[in-house]
Design a protein around this ligand. Sequence first.
Ligand code: NDP
Length: 327
Amino acid sequence: MFKALVLNEVEGKTVSAIENLELDALPQEEVLVEVDYSSLNYKDGLAVTGAGKIIRNFPMVPGIDLVGTVKESASEQFKAGDKVIMTGWGVGENYWGGYSQLARMKAEWLVPLPEGMDPRWSMEIGTAGLTAMLCVMALEEGGVKPESGPIVVTGAAGGVGSVAVSILAGLGYEVHAVTGRAETEAYLRELGASEIVSRESMAEKSRPLERQRWAGAVDTVGDAILARVLAEMNYSGVVAACGLAAGYKLPTTVMPFILRNVRLQGVDSVMCPVDRRQQAWQRLQTELPAKALGEISELIALEEVPDYADKIINGQVRGRVVVDLKK
Ligand code: NDP
């Protein structure tokens, strides 16, 4: 028997419960993994609370991330004892995920845990951290360098934002952090932000073009804030947009693109090809300051996930939350 958080739909509402399951309950996939840790992302919050229509088929075990040890494998790619990470691919949405002490995964979803990386550390990074690194890579590919000018990170005290601030500061960029929580200022400065910008000021309706302020941007929130970020980009600036914490709309104009040569680069971690994932994980291993994650993360038990799911949806989680499946 093993423990899992199971979601069911009752009278149109999503309800969660910790259940003791038998191995037979798991879907038939190639690799059986004993899960050490999972993590809590915004999408997990939407799934567990039912606030977003993330789950279509019930019962469902949520959890879009996991790290663990292979117990059995029908694939030649992995053998018992291998340490593996899984993020994305619709796991925890369409397929049973990481909020479970045992999980069955397709081999193609798994990447080896980078040599020397602590399993808990990998989930302190998780989907949020992977996405942050993919955003940084997008800025670099657009030609943004530390000497280009300041980089703005929105939703900075959240999971993606915190890791992005930390990586960028570590690489020598000047990072300006947008937050709606003034009380996170000391935390964001500790991660390496040199300026704190209020969410309120960024959410004000912008003109098609505003004063140029940023060489690059990592946007985790969308909507009016992303529109303002675009209007405030320097000539040839690059925006890596990955999130919708404020909303999925984008009330902008073509002006930043056609008059300032601004590039808007979308970033997706879910279907990101394996090679690029591995490259991002390797870079996270070497370029994310180890000290930063200690500051960023909090460890919780599986039983605490529903409470924390409410918190992340209400913007009350700071940094990253790791879920301990060994308890
Ligand atoms: P978190 O909840 O940890 O962080 C989101 C942050 O956004 C909050 O901490 C808060 O930061 C800010 N925020 C919340 N509500 C609002 C609002 N109404 N207006 C403006 N800012 C707000 O989530 P994650 O970091 O896990 O995810 C961030 C976003 O990125 C989500 O939309 C998520 O779906 C998306 N995402 C996308 C991925 C992809 O592959 N494209 C992968 C992972 C995440 P503060 O308190 O500092 O203001």
